[in-house]
Write a protein that binds this ligand. Structure first.
Ligand SMILES: Cc1cc2nc3c(=O)[nH]c(=O)nc-3n(C[C@H](O)[C@H](O)[C@H](O)COP(=O)(O)OP(=O)(O)OC[C@H]3O[C@@H](n4cnc5c(N)ncnc54)[C@H](O)[C@@H]3O)c2cc1C
Length: 398
């Protein structure tokens, strides 16, 4: 570390922001995380952690903390047909995943993941109740202003403030989000109310016309995470607090395999999140400012890589800054050039999956099902799972 360390301010204490603070700390660089929430509450639901994220979390020591709660999946991407549950394809996540990628795939509750990453961040590095309202660049440093009237100066500002990022407005002029016409119903079902097929250690996806439905266990198997994609109708709120009713949820899946009714009926008050469409950004950095996670590359959840990509960003950004703490603006350029192509590709393939997952019955759907039966997604997605973000920085520096 340099004698006068670079001052890093991170706006947003979600998965990406906390991971950035943890990787920077590991590299000997202090940072301060400014989070708008006044307290750390249990928000969110389930997430899949694929090997590309797990190997990074393990280096932080966060997997030790997660062991009690994370569910090691035995079956992944188990695609089933909507009307009768016929299995179209499934991944072996017990033997093959570890053999190919050196790590298993886990499911977690977002709150447990945040807790595990926080354990790798020094106490006192997170300031709660600090909502960023603007960021101003002055020469080679930046000033972050907060809603409570305070401000902070830093040599680097990382905008990890999620899909509705404030920092993004100071970095680039993004094209406005457009309606995708689809929404996600979300629920956490206590395992004792869930049918046996949903309690298996499997990530299951039911595919049907204009809809698909995903479920997997989290919290050591105590809870089943349920997410279903359907036409958006009047639901336009892109928010984790917007809700729907079980009746609305059931109506979307009325003709589907009757076993799904039992699961949906246990959904309590489902959340309803409108998915908005955003094109990949061409740049993430402006002078001492950069973006990370959903602020940089919001993506549809169909490859389950939103959280993983924010963790990869954090690992790469910390390495780039640590390599040259005296020239942080150059480090941000390097970070951006290492990350944009990969995350843009994931944004594009996640987007394309909406069409493929929702095909009406017919020749195109039959061709899709045949392709699913032939291809092993664990191998086909090797470009995602085999990726070691930290090794990529080292390789690019040679
Ligand atoms: C509440 C919540 C619940 C989620 N639940 C799920 C889920 O169940 N399943 C799933 O697949 N994905 C979920 N996601 C999305 C998923 O977590 C993201 O794809 C992934 O975490 C990307 O991480 P991120 O750090 O970029 O953004 P986020 O995890 O969205 O974190 C952004 C953080 O920035 C803070 N913030 C925003 N604006 C400001 C501001 N102006 N000033 C200061 N702080 C600010 C937010 O409070 C938040 O803590 C959730 C996101 C949120 C915010």
């Amino acid at each position: 570390m340099s004698a006068s360390p670079v001052r890093v301010a991170i706006v947003g204490g979600g998965i990406g922001g906390l991971a950035a603070a943890a990787f920077l700390h590991r590299a000997g660089i202090p940072s301060v995380v400014y989070e708008q929430a006044p307290e750390l509450r249990e928000v969110g639901a389930g997430l899949v952690l694929a090997p590309n994220a797990v190997r990074l979390l393990r280096r932080l020591g966060a997997m030790d903390r997660l062991t009690e709660h994370a569910v090691p999946l035995e079956v992944g991407w188990e695609f089933r047909r909507w009307e009768d549950g016929r299995v179209l394809s499934a991944e072996d996540l017990v033997g093959a995943c570890e053999r190919l990628y050196g790590e298993r795939t886990y499911t977690v509750h977002r709150a447990d993941l945040l807790d595990a990453i926080s354990s790798a961040v020094p106490s006192g590095a997170v300031r709660l109740g600090r909502r960023c309202t603007s960021v101003t660049v002055r020469a080679d440093r930046a000033v972050v202003a907060f809603a409570d009237g305070t401000s902070a100066e830093a040599d680097v500002v990382i905008g990890a403030d999620g899909v509705h990022s404030t920092v993004r407005g100071a970095v680039t002029t993004p094209t406005p989000a457009t309606s995708s016409g689809i929404c996600a119903f979300r629920a956490l079902v206590p395992a004792e109310h869930a049918p046996a097929f949903a309690r298996r250690r499997a990530q299951t996806l039911w595919l049907g016309p204009d809809h698909h439905l995903v479920h997997y266990p989290i919290r050591g198997g105590a809870v089943v995470n349920l997410v279903a994609i359907a036409p958006a109708g009047d639901g336009t709120a892109e928010s984790w607090s917007a809700t729907a009713t079980v009746a609305e949820f059931l109506a979307e899946f009325a003709d589907w395999d009757p076993r799904l009714r039992e699961l949906i009926q246990a959904a309590g008050t489902p959340g309803r999140w409108a998915l908005l469409d955003r094109r990949p950004l061409e740049r993430w950095s402006h002078g001492p400012l950069t973006l990370l996670g959903d602020a940089a590359h919001p993506m549809f959840p169909f490859f389950a890589q939103g959280a993983a990509q924010s963790i990869e960003d954090a690992a790469v950004l910390a390495r780039c800054i640590a390599q040259d703490p005296q020239a942080p603006v150059d480090a941000l350029r390097r970070y951006e050039s290492l990350r944009i192509a990969r995350t843009a590709r994931l944004q594009e393939v996640s987007h394309a999956r909406a069409h493929v997952n929702h095909l009406p019955d017919g020749p195109e759907q039959e061709a899709r099902d045949a392709a699913l039966a032939d291809a092993d997604p664990l191998v086909a997605n090797g470009w995602i799972y085999a990726y070691d973000a930290e090794a990529e920085v080292s390789a690019a520096s040679v």
